[in-house]
Design a protein around this ligand. Structure first.
Ligand SMILES: C[S@@+](CC[C@H](N)C(=O)[O-])C[C@H]1O[C@@H](n2cnc3c(N)ncnc32)[C@H](O)[C@@H]1O
Length: 356
């Protein structure tokens, strides 16, 4: 196992290939260099400066990252890999304090091996970790990663066929409650767009990671609701939702008393209501969707949260569109909290804003 003692720090990061060039040029402006692809949307790079949580957020497209403190060339299939790796990592991190251990594979086919390795590391460090985390809590965090306090100091291990990387971070600094940044969401209703509902689930988790709980939002305005994946998800949380779309909503949802559907152009929605939160998933040009959504924030309570998907029609136009959209919301008194390319976002990024 090699200690990385060079002056610049190496990082492992997950960035979707479609947005890699945008992310790279943002990261280069902070001094990032030596970018190397590891496959499956994972990369390593180095940076001299301390990479703060704010800079990682400003790079927009980082789904998950951690500083590499140790790396170890290896062959996963080698006899005794798990034992050797677990012992090696436990000894290298002997003097570090951590309350959780996560292990993820770069390639999903190695998931089982990653789970077994995590199990063995946890056994090896059991005594030390029992001071920080009870067995019951560990089981809870394993089953429900969103239960982890965002600042939980975590020993993170990533494995590939050729290498093992390890470092210390926390869910908030790495950018996700889920190791590696892959968030699979099981959705109960397959008839309506499930990816949209996944965006809602992952979006509310991203807010939680940043200390904002929208579970208290009982009245939602949803712009661009058809066919109804998100509407279904909001109503299944026992919240009321005013769902607006030019297109038709799933017929079963229309029977739900928590769902108030208006089949109109969102611009024409003029009910005098007061909402706790807004979710906007309108398609079309980014500035037009932002104009429509920001206009509706007049119906939002003070400090209400807006989750807005910015559709990326062309990577070349992204920086311009992003600046335009930010300024449209700012003019309407909305503060951008952060932006994230969620695992369930494809050609879009999600903006999280607050009405001030
Ligand atoms: C990505 S889809 C929404 C998916 C939906 N959120 C779900 O969970 O199933 C985008 C929707 O925006 C709607 N849309 C676009 N512009 C609109 C407008 N000006 N007024 C109303 N609906 C609009 C489209 O009809 C389309 O159904």
């Amino acid at each position: 196992m090699n200690d990385l003692k060079n002056e610049s720090m190496n990082w492992l990061i997950h960035v979707n290939k479609d947005f890699f060039t945008l992310w790279k040029s943002r990261m280069e402006s902070f001094g990032g260099k030596d970018f190397k692809s590891l496959g499956n949307n994972f990369h390593t790079f180095s940076i001299m400066e301390t990479l703060t949580r704010e800079k990682i957020k400003e790079s927009l497209f980082s789904r998950y990252c951690f500083p590499i403190q140790y790396m170890w060339p290896t062959k996963l299939n080698q006899k005794g890999f798990i034992e050797k790796c677990a012992q090696g990592i436990a000894s290298k991190f002997e003097n570090k304090k951590f309350s959780n251990v996560v292990v993820f594979p770069l390639d999903r086919k190695d998931q089982k091996l990653a789970s077994n390795l995590r199990g063995r590391i946890l056994q090896v460090v059991k005594e030390k970790m029992s001071l920080a985390t009870s067995q019951k809590l560990l089981v809870e965090w394993t089953k429900h990663p969103v239960m982890q306090p965002p600042n939980t100091q975590t020993l993170i291990v990533a494995i590939s066929e050729k290498c093992v990387w390890a470092g210390m971070s926390s869910p908030i600094d790495s950018g996700c409650f889920f190791a590696g940044g892959r968030r699979y969401v099981g959705i109960s209703n397959d008839n309506i767009a499930s990816r949209a509902a996944s965006k809602f689930v992952e979006g509310t988790e991203a807010l939680l990671l940043n200390g904002i709980n929208v579970n208290n939002s009982k009245k939602w305005l949803e712009l661009g609701a058809a066919p109804g994946g998100i509407t279904h998800e909001i109503a299944s949380r026992n919240c009321e939702v005013w769902a607006i779309d030019k297109a038709e909503l799933d017929k079963n949802l229309l029977k739900n008393p928590l769902v108030h559907f208006f089949q109109i152009d969102a611009r024409d929605f003029n009910q005098k209501l007061n909402f706790d939160s807004i979710f906007c998933d309108l398609n079309g040009p980014a500035d037009i969707s932002a104009e429509i959504c920001s206009d509706k924030t007049s119906l939002l309570k003070k400090e209400g949260i807006i989750i807005h998907t910015l559709k990326v029609h062309s990577v070349t136009d992204f920086e311009d569109d992003f600046q335009k959209v930010k300024s449209i919301f700012k003019q309407k008194g909305c503060e951008l909290l952060f932006t994230k390319h969620l695992y369930n976002n494809k050609q879009e990024v999600t903006l999280f804003l607050k009405k001030i």
